[in-house]
Unconditional design. Structure first.
Length: 219
């Protein structure tokens, strides 16, 4: 059985935001919605990755610490497509579901915008769309089968399921100049994420939450 996932090499990521921009365009995301965010970290403690993720402290691309002992590193965050997703467990309508490939999706026709999944997700990667989503352009951009962005529903990263189904890779990988991302079947020892992880320190974001994320962070 396939369990799709991604490995992200934190030593290769230099915070260029190309992955976030590619995601934004490919999915025709409205204003105020981002599936993929690259945070600036203020320290090098990745024993619990995400603990020091900057939310205003420090400013993006600004070093932390005190001169001359400053540090600067980056931490990309999107839906972790967990094997044990807490969002799925609390969804009252079945809108949030994990398919046979391991991808966690939201059915906009079933979503009632109650926000239960937002509260349950420890990763802060779900957003409730306003009743009248506003876009940057008057015409749709990106993939022809991008999500519809229905007002009053919750959205998040889809692992670009539409691209995966036609044999491509997620949009965030396509423009990464540092080649920091690896995509494949986590249950296959020969897949790109598992090969990249060999001999590396492998971390999972907020692993203590018990969700078993399908995104691996490599040091």
């Amino acid at each position: 059985m396939t369990r799709y996932g991604m490995a992200i090499d934190l030593n290769r990521c230099f915070g260029c935001q190309a992955c976030a921009a590619a995601c934004k365009i490919a999915n025709n995301l409205p204003k105020g919605l981002s599936f993929n965010v690259v945070h600036t970290k203020s320290d090098e403690d990745y024993s619990h990755p995400g603990v020091a993720v900057a939310k205003g402290d420090p400013v993006n691309d600004s070093a932390g610490g005190e001169f001359p002992n400053c540090t600067l590193s980056f931490f990309p965050v999107a839906c972790q497509h967990c094997a044990e997703p807490s969002c799925v467990a609390v969804c009252p309508t079945g809108a949030s579901a994990k398919d046979e490939s391991g991808i966690v999706s939201i059915d906009s026709e079933l979503c009632i915008g109650c926000g239960s999944c937002i509260s349950a997700c420890p990763y802060d990667v779900r957003t409730l769309i306003g009743d009248d989503p506003e876009f940057y352009l008057d015409l749709a951009v990106g993939e022809i089968d991008a999500p519809a962005h229905k007002g009053g529903t919750v959205e998040k990263c889809t692992f670009c399921k539409n691209l995966i189904e036609r044999g491509e890779v997620p949009a965030c990988m396509q423009l990464c100049p540092g080649r920091a991302r690896y995509w494949g079947d986590l249950d296959d020892p020969a897949s790109a994420p598992n090969v990249a992880a060999k001999g590396r320190e492998v971390l999972r974001y907020l692993e203590g939450e018990g969700t078993n994320p399908s995104v691996l962070y490599l040091r």
